[in-house]
Design a protein around this ligand. Structure first.
Ligand SMILES: Nc1ncnc2c1ncn2[C@@H]1O[C@H](COP(=O)(O)OP(=O)(O)OP(=O)(O)O)[C@@H](O)[C@H]1O
Ligand SMILES: [Mg+2]
Length: 233
């Protein structure tokens, strides 16, 4: 499905990604873990074309994506939910979904606003509220819901649980689990080790721009050295 090979990225002179390789298979949920500043968000941004990679290859459904602009990456079927969620403060919940539906015109897998409202009943209650009136949890639900309306072939999430209360994280975990069960492949960046290991089939651990561990979730859970050294858990 997604194949990232030897990706390098720089901010000015700083060599932030030093050859990152990873894969996400069909129906797979893959977590990318690592401490603050490890390069997780940079990896995701390089995949979706928000920052140019200087070297390496991103192949999605047998098509080379690197050097494609972000809107073309979206059209290729990758939905990306950024760390900051990107909700417009003066646009209603309904309108957010409407905009996303319009952008997904022509995709046969396109879903409806009702699909999102069934997944997140709380959003249905707030459909006429503005983005700026939503709680952090509701904004995250909207960001994920908006990403799902295209019926993406891959969902990329950057720290969906960040800043959310434990009870909200629990309900988010159930929704992501449902999305996973429907067979949508997910690439998940998380600081929340428990959420990541609950959802992911496989895990990559990143530190200082290099992949230090790659394996099944149970292999990570069993590997105390990797957990202590790179994740402090
Ligand atoms: N726009 C930027 N300009 C310069 N340096 C940056 C920029 N964005 C990130 N960096 C640096 O690149 C490195 C990797 O950042 P990145 O955001 O990918 O880390 P991360 O793993 O997502 O961390 P976090 O868990 O804090 O979100 C860090 O050292 C960071 O300071
Ligand atoms: Mg980040």
């Amino acid at each position: 499905m997604l194949e990232v090979k030897d990706l390098h990225a720089y901010y000015g002179d700083s060599h932030v990604l030093q050859g990152v390789s990873l894969e996400v298979g069909a129906s797979e949920c893959v977590a990318l873990l690592g401490r603050n500043g490890a390069g997780k968000s940079t990896t995701l941004k390089s995949i979706v074309g928000l920052i140019p990679s200087r070297r390496g290859k991103v192949v999605f459904k047998n098509r080379q994506l690197d050097r494609l602009p972000t809107h073309r990456v979206a059209r290729a079927g990758i939905a990306y939910v950024p760390e900051d969620r990107g909700i417009f403060p003066t646009v209603t919940v309904d309108e957010h979904l409407g905009i996303a539906l319009k952008a997904a015109r022509g995709r046969s897998s396109r879903r409806t606003a009702d699909y999102v409202y069934q997944l997140f009943p709380r959003l249905a209650e707030r459909r006429r509220n503005l983005g700026g009136q939503l709680s952090g949890g509701e904004q995250q639900m909207l960001a994920i819901g908006r990403a799902l309306v295209s019926g993406p072939d891959l969902l990329i999430l950057d720290e969906p649980s960040e800043g959310l209360a434990p009870v909200i994280i629990d309900s988010l975990a159930e929704v992501l689990n449902a999305i996973k069960s429907e067979g949508t492949p997910i690439l998940l960046v998380e600081q929340n080790y428990h959420l990541a290991t609950y959802l992911a089939h496989r895990v990559y651990v990143l530190s200082q721009g290099l992949i230090r561990f790659s394996g099944t979730t149970s292999a990570l859970i069993a590997d105390e050295t990797v957990r202590r050294t790179y994740l402090s858990v």
